[in-house]
Structure formats: structure tokens, C-alpha cells
Design a protein around this ligand. Structure first.
Ligand code: DGT
Ligand code: CA
Ligand code: CA
Ligand code: ZN
Length: 575
């Protein structure tokens, strides 16, 4: 079990204890332990192996034993007892934004409501607004949240699912029976959340491959076990479907199991019109006979009179017509990216120094990076005061002088305060090279205020790009409410780019927003928002969302030279 999962369960325990009415010192102990584990930079398992769990702040003997149990068995006595005693539906209620343990305790004790469906009924019957400390607004919010949760029920954020899928793929790939292997399904298309993981293998001898999968330590349950079709549920809860096909039909099967369903429906209609049939084994003439294409996806598309359609576009949204007309855009690729405009260092909440980030960026082959640490208002991240920022700019410029083949740009992720003002002296913002403007507080303003807040910030002429522009947390908090089109219009007017933030908890803008921004003429820039050297690799996710938005290399500012990048934003500063 990884650190984040352990932290999540510890905090779950604290919340359940609070709902149950345990004494607050016990609750606090689990909260503190969760926080220690969450901020630990080392692998918890390594710490446990050295017998040093109680070196963690707030972790004594008994908590160390609980963590040990979580690491080895995925559960612990306290957690199990709480779940036995309380309705696990309370955990679902905790996923509702704005309903903490305190409010849930009130609802639970007075109405006996302990899961989402009884909660929904109570809200519809207007029973929530009558409770102390709750109101009509909370009641409406609860209903909206239940609606939202029903949409991503049981889906896993893409970055988490991808890490799991790649690890399973890499294990299977070691088998000599495996000729080819690929991740298919929504993961390959880069959908932001994943229902299940689909892995496709080409092999002449499938049986040992399926047998190997069901025996893996991370498998919790075997759902189906055949020679060529096996499904398992992992300990992490996510399902994996494995299909094994003959190498000669790998391309057709890969296309079939990549989906999407909508893409397939549109494609079948087109095939039919040309007297062709398409399935997981290949493309066929309507009156059967052998497959006319099956070995590679390129062959499959070609047989249908189409150019190759990248997986990210296979959503049944006009990609087939475009491929037939030869007008599909050449999508941006990771190798087109010449630099990264959003990252943090030890100066605030990052883990690496300026030089360590620079070295890692050079290894990635970048021409430039912008160091963008937090401003003062983000206290939890140790945000910079103006004097600290002034010194930081100096250090970045000094470091830059030491690199011949990498430009280090001095920047900041400045907080956009509640009234739209910027959390830094304007003179310093004008002096540095790149300014990411982001919101990290007061998420709950109404749409009108939030729109005005963002526009006011951009009107300063000092912002280069809006960072994580919706503020949503993937699989967590929804984005704040504002008038997207009005904000995009202002971004165009003031020469502010909008970011596709690739950090694993965000993917913000997502593909849909990015496409809309592009259509409205806003410039788009990709940022990893790295907090470590490893985090720079999250650029990959930003690129994938850009591809899903149909963006080519020329639609993304990161493919420009430093001079052109800087000339593309903040036009008022150059006047
Ligand atoms: P997910 O798992 O909900 O995130 O979405 P997908 O797209 O990965 O869907 P999944 O896992 O049910 O199926 C993977 C692909 O296999 C899907 O995109 C298309 C193909 N597929 C699965 N079942 C069917 C089917 O009944 N008919 C057709 N035409 N294709 C199917
Ligand atoms: Ca799937
Ligand atoms: Ca599946
Ligand atoms: Zn941020």
C-alpha cells in the first residue's frame, strides 16, 4: 500500500470517529498521523522495514502498529471496527463537498441518515434545512453534489489508473509467451477518469499468460478466468480486463478494445456504406472471406479509406469524417515540448532545488523552464514575501548563467486574492519573466464575483497565464463557478494564456475546456506544476489532454522558442 492510501484510511478513521462521537484527542491523533504520512517524502514501507514508523510526528506505538497493519493487510482493527459499527454509507457522505464529519454527525443523529440515498431523500423532503447549523443552501448543495458523484461513481482518475496499468503491463511483458502488449480502452484514449483497465496481448500460447495474471499479488479477486479473456479485481479496487489474441489480428483487436463505443458506432456505419464489416478480428468484405486488414491499426484504417486516427481523438466527435477528408490535425507530441512554465522548488513547497530542477529539465531535453514558486498568501506552501521573491529572482538568474544549453526563467505562481488583486508587488511581477496567476482560496464565491475576480487579475497586464484555471481536483473538488466565455474573452484581450495543468491531481484545463479556449482564440500553455524532479514528467498528461482537445504543436506555446513564448503574452508590458 502506498503512502497516499495509508493517509487516506487514517483520515477516514478520524472522520468516522468524529461522527461516532469519540473523544477529540483520539480523533486528533489519527488526523495528525494522516498528515504526517501524507507529507512524508520517503516510502512508508521503507520506513516500516527499518522499524522507524514511530519516528513520524504524532505516531506512537499503537498508531505505528495500525500503520504496519495497513501496509501489510490493507486494513487495521480500528478501521474494521468502525466500519462494522457504522454504516459504510457514511464514507460516501464524506465525499460531499461542504459536509464534514461535524455536519454529518448532526444529520446522522437527528435524522438517522447514513448513506447517500437516504440523504438525497431527506434533502428532497427539505429536512436538512431545519437542522441546526445547516440551511437551504447546504441542502441544495447536497443535491447538486449527489448528482455529480453519481457521474463519476466508481471511476479512477487517469494518472492513478495509468500507474497501475503500466505496472501490470510491465510484469506481463516479461513473459516469453507475450509477443506484443498494449494498454487499450479509455486509458489509451486519455480519458480523465477510467472505468476499468483493458490490456491487450498478442500471443500464440495464451493459457500461461492468463494463469500468471490471476496469481499476481495485487489481485484481490478473479472475476473470470478463460484462456483468452480474463478479468480480475485488484486490491486497489480497480478491475483489469485482459484479452489475448493471435499476433495476426493484434491491430484489429487493439482498435476494437481501444474504443470508444461512439467511435465504433460511427465507424461501422461508414464501413457498411462501402460494403465492409469491421470487428475485433479485422476488416472484412460484407460476404465474408478472409480479413482484408488486421495486423496493425494503420492497416485497419487504410482498408476503410481513412488516415490513422490517434486514440485521443476516437470519441465519435467528427474524427472519422476528418480522417476521410484528410483534414485531421497533426497532434502535439511530448517531443514538440521545448520547456515547462510551472514548477516549484524548496523555496516554497517543492522538494528539489533550482539546480536539481534544471538538471532534470536538461535530461528531458528542454530548452527552457520557468521557476514559479508560491506567493505569500499560500501559507501552507510557505509562500514568498516580496523580499524573498526578490532574492529568489536573483538566485534563478545566477543559476541561469551557469547553463549554456538551458534557459532558466524567473517566475512566480502569484495568488489571485479574493478581490482579484495580485499577492505581490507589481514592480517585481513586471521584473520577472513569467507570472502564473492562480486561485488557492475563497473557492465558493458566486459566479459573478468569481468571473470579476479573474478578469480583474488579468486586467493588471502582469499575468502570463492562468494556472489550473478551473481549480477542480480530479476525483475530488469540482471547479469554482464562473463565466468561462467571459474569462476567455478577457484572456484574449489582455494577452493572458490559459494553462493545461498536468499535475496528477488536476488535469486542469481538461480537454473540453482547452478545446473551448482554443476555439475562442485564447493561447494555451502546458505546465507540469512539478513539486519534484519526478513531477516534471507530468507534462505528459498535459500533452495528452491537449491532444484530446485536437491541438497541434503550433496551438501550444511550449513549442516556441523562449523569445517567441515571452512575446506571446503580457503585450502591455512591452509597450
Ligand atoms: P471505461 O472502462 O468505462 O473507462 O471505458 P472504455 O472505453 O475503456 O470501455 P470498456 O472497458 O467497457 O471497453 C473497452 C473497449 O472495448 C471499448 O472502448 C470498446 C470495446 N468494447 C467493449 N464492449 C464492446 C461492445 O459490446 N461493442 C463494441 N463495439 N465495442 C465494445
Ligand atoms: Ca476500460
Ligand atoms: Ca473493460
Ligand atoms: Zn497552484
Amino acid at each position: 500500500m502506498d503512502n497516499q492510501s495509508v493517509a487516506r484510511i487514517l483520515s477516514e478513521i478520524a472522520q468516522l470517529m468524529e461522527i461516532k462521537g469519540e473523544n477529540r484527542f483520539k480523533v486528533r491523533a489519527f488526523e495528525n498521523a494522516a498528515r504526517s504520512v501524507e507529507s512524508l517524502s520517503e516510502d512508508l514501507e521503507a520506513l516500516a522495514a527499518r522499524g522507524e514508523l514511530n519516528s513520524l510526528a504524532g505516531v506512537g506505538k499503537s498508531l505505528a502498529a495500525d500503520i504496519e497493519a495497513l501496509l501489510t493487510t490493507g486494513s487495521c482493527d480500528v478501521h474494521r471496527d468502525l466500519l462494522d459499527e457504522l454504516d459504510p454509507g457514511l464514507l460516501d457522505m464524506l465525499r460531499i463537498q461542504g459536509l464534514g464529519p461535524k455536519r454529518i454527525k448532526v444529520i446522522y443523529e437527528t435524522l438517522g441518515v447514513s448513506n447517500l440515498s437516504t440523504l438525497e431523500a431527506a434533502a428532497r423532503a427539505q429536512q436538512i434545512r431545519a437542522l441546526a447549523g445547516l440551511g437551504a443552501k447546504t441542502e441544495e448543495r447536497i443535491l447538486a453534489e449527489i448528482e455529480r458523484l453519481s457521474h463519476d461513481e466508481g471511476r479512477t482518475p487517469l494518472p492513478a489508473a495509468r500507474a497501475i496499468a503500466q505496472s501490470i503491463r510491465d510484469k506481463l511483458a516479461t513473459l516469453s509467451e507475450v509477443t506484443k502488449i498494449a494498454i487499450a480502452g479509455s486509458l489509451r484514449r486519455g480519458r480523465e477518469t477510467i472505468g476499468d483497465i483493458d490490456i491487450l496481448v498478442a500471443s500464440e500460447t495464451p493459457a500461461p499468460i492468463s494463469a500468471y495474471l490471476v496469481e499476481l499479488a495485487e489481485v484481490a479477486e478473479v472475476l473470470a478466468h478463460g484462456e483468452t479473456k480474463t478479468s480480475v479485481r485488484l486490491v486497489s479496487g480497480i478491475q483489469v480486463d485482459l484479452r489475448i489474441v493471435a499476433p495476426s489480428s493484434f491491430g484489429a483487436a487493439l482498435h476494437y478494445f481501444t474504443g470508444s463505443k461512439e467511435h465504433h458506432i460511427a465507424l461501422r456505419t461508414r464501413a457498411k456504406r462501402s460494403g465492409l464489416k469491421i470487428n475485433e478480428y479485422g476488416v472484412f468484405k460484407e460476404n465474408d472471406g478472409p480479413a482484408i486488414a488486421s495486423e496493425t491499426e494503420v492497416d485497419v484504417f487504410k482498408a476503410l479509406g481513412l488516415t490513422y486516427i490517434p486514440p485521443e481523438l476516437r470519441e465519435g466527435r467528427g474524427e472519422i469524417e476528418a480522417a476521410a477528408a484528410g483534414t485531421l490535425p497533426g497532434l502535439v507530441e511530448l517531443t514538440d515540448i521545448r520547456g515547462d512554465v510551472h514548477m516549484h522548488t524548496v523555496e516554497t513547497d517543492g522538494r528539489a532545488t533550482i539546480l536539481e530542477m534544471a538538471d532534470a529539465a536538461r535530461t528531458l531535453g528542454y530548452n527552457f523552464i520557468v521557476i514559479t514558486d508560491h506567493s505569500e498568501a499560500v501559507r501552507v506552501a510557505n509562500g514568498m514575501t516580496p523580499p524573498r521573491f526578490r532574492e529568489h529572482i536573483k538566485r534563478i538568474r545566477e543559476a541561469d548563467a551557469a547553463y549554456a544549453d538551458l534557459r532558466l526563467l524567473a517566475g512566480i505562481e502569484v495568488d489571485i486574492l479574493k478581490d482579484g488583486s495580485l499577492d505581490m508587488e507589481h514592480e517585481l511581477l513586471a521584473d520577472c519573466d513569467w507570472v502564473v496567476g492562480s486561485i488557492h482560496s475563497h473557492f465558493a464565491l458566486d459566479s459573478k464575483e468569481m468571473t470579476q475576480r479573474l478578469i480583474t487579475a488579468m486586467a493588471t497586464g502582469l499575468i502570463s497565464c492562468l494556472g489550473h484555471p478551473t481549480g477542480r481536483i480530479l476525483g475530488g473538488r469540482p471547479g469554482y463557478k464562473y463565466d468561462l466565455d467571459a474569462v476567455l474573452e478577457a484572456a484574449v484581450e489582455f494577452g493572458v494564456a490559459v494553462e493545461i495543468n498536468g499535475s496528477t491531481g488536476r488535469l486542469d484545463f481538461n480537454a473540453e475546456h482547452a478545446e473551448r479556449a482554443h476555439r475562442r482564440g485564447a493561447k494555451i500553455v502546458l505546465g507540469s506544476d512539478a513539486h519534484s524532479t519526478r513531477g516534471l514528467e507530468d507534462m505528459d498528461f498535459a500533452v495528452q489532454q491537449a491532444r484530446r482537445a485536437w491541438l497541434g504543436a503550433s496551438d501550444v506555446l511550449n513549442t516556441l522558442s523562449v523569445e517567441d513564448l515571452l512575446a506571446a503574452v503580457r503585450p502591455t508590458l512591452r509597450r
